[in-house]
Design a binder for this molecule. Structure first.
Ligand code: GLU
Length: 327
């Protein structure tokens, strides 16, 4: 059976862009009779809040989504909050360590910023790690560790992987072009890349649908799946939602939040209607129910570029422009 998931990080309120992704992930599974899992990616305690986690779940339910497994309903592959899954991440690290695929990195933030950017377009927006600490001798590692707690990096195998994406087709990439990445930070927090792979594998997720901003993570995650002896999922990277000015939605503008819309009297069907319009599942903006969209869902209609809200959908959702809201 196909299994999908929505994996929000509870760092703020659910905004219309997050809701768009959640609805697409839910429709993708419900339209084929697949299972759907909700997982709270609350591993970074400094950034995540449990009141946001509760609120995100409530907003998703209010929109009409349901899940077969999740933090509040349990399930056979739990726990469904990353904070409670630390032993699983430890075990994965031990496995990678045992295979000689991890090394401690002592580089400072300043040293990391100096490195040249990655050669591959896909990784162009982030500095590529030079691999400086990869070749330290055991003696050097011990002496450095006396002064600094290291992060742990994954030695990315220099081997091409194929990202299978239901919207973008197949992309061949060598994840080593992006450099070795961190799997546990110096402060001990497990990195997103590791946690997400361990969780999706443990939760038997066959389909990862998420925002297109995470596309460059897919090759890295595939190399981790391989290193852990797991089969990677099929990906679907859906467009990001932009405001009427073409900017990414900001969590700081409260009017982007589903909760704010609800409080100003906007009905869930209005929000679902705008989402369906943005996803090209309807040709006009009108209230819609999730059950009618299940019938009509067709991934091939989804645009590959970011989708932009227009004035009329913003008005329907009682959204205000960021500039005005910031004052
Ligand atoms: N927790 C991530 C986020 O909220 C999503 C991770 C994923 O879908 O792979 O951006």
């Amino acid at each position: 059976m196909r299994r999908g998931r929505f994996a929000p990080s509870p760092t703020g309120e659910l905004h219309i862009g997050n809701a768009f992704t959640a609805v697409m992930a839910w429709l993708q599974m419900r339209s084929v009779g697949g299972g759907f899992v909700l997982r709270m990616e609350d591993i970074d305690e400094a950034r995540c809040r449990s009141d946001y986690a509760a609120q995100v779940m409530e907003d998703l339910r209010w929109l009409g989504l349901d899940w077969d497994e999740g933090p509040d309903v349990g399930g056979a592959h739990g726990p469904y909050q990353q904070r409670q899954r630390l032993p699983e991440y430890e075990a994965a690290l031990r496995q990678l360590q045992g295979a000689g695929q991890l090394y401690p990195c002592f580089c400072s933030r300043a040293e990391l910023v100096q490195v040249a950017s990655a050669p591959h377009d896909l990784f162009a927006d982030e500095p590529r790690y030079s691999g400086r600490c990869r070749h330290l001798t055991p003696v050097e590692r011990v002496s450095r560790a006396e002064h600094k707690r290291p992060s742990l990096r994954f030695s990315v195998p220099d081997r091409e992987v194929i990202v299978r994406d239901l919207l973008f087709g197949e992309t061949r990439v060598n994840p080593a072009d992006g450099g070795d990445f961190i799997v546990r930070r110096a402060d001990g927090v497990f990195a997103y890349q590791l946690a997400v792979v361990v969780d999706d594998a443990a939760m038997a997720v066959t389909d990862v649908l998420r925002g297109a901003d995470l596309f460059s993570s897919a090759p890295r995650q595939i190399s981790l799946y391989r290193a852990l002896g797991q089969e990677p999922p099929t990906f679907t990277h859906v467009p990001l939602v932009l405001d009427a000015q073409g900017r990414r939605l900001s969590k700081r503008n409260r009017s982007n939040a589903v909760r704010a819309m609800r409080e100003s009297g906007v009905a869930a069907e209005e929000i679902i209607g705008v989402i369906a319009y943005l996803a090209r599942l309807s040709d006009s903006i009108r209230p819609a129910s999730l059950s009618e969209l299940v019938e009509r869902f067709d991934l091939r209609r989804l645009p590959k570029r970011p989708v932009q809200m227009d004035e009329s959908s913003m008005r329907r959702l009682k959204m205000t422009e960021s500039a005005r809201a910031a004052n």
